[in-house]
Write a new protein. Sequence first.
Length: 144
Amino acid sequence: MDRNFVKDIMKKPVLSIDSSMTVKDAAKMMEDAKIGSIIVTEKNTVVGILTERDFVRKIVAQGKSLSTKIKETMSSPLIVISPDETVWELAELMKIRKIHRVPVVDKDRLVGMVSTADLTRLCSIGSDSEMSKLCDQILLRMKN
């Protein structure tokens, strides 16, 4: 296991919702799927993400209605990564941008989602020397 790539740890398929829907619709979909974020689309194009953090900071804390359109509260522009990037590059992107979830896009097509939990799960698998090296590199990059 010389190198791990984003495509090796990403989750698929990815749940999405149209930006014209309400935050209540998004919350229901997220609850039903037991996920912490949902990708936002317009005319089948990925335009943003709505996360649990967005619910707290942009909806509840600001007293917005559950009928608020997702477009008004989503995080955009979307920060994405290629499935062919390494997990080290993923960890660096998450650290620099201070984000916990990153959509995976290949040729302008949404193909997966990765989270800090996916990185943690990768680090917890096995205890061989290659995995230990990988975890050490990720932790070192997260520290800096």
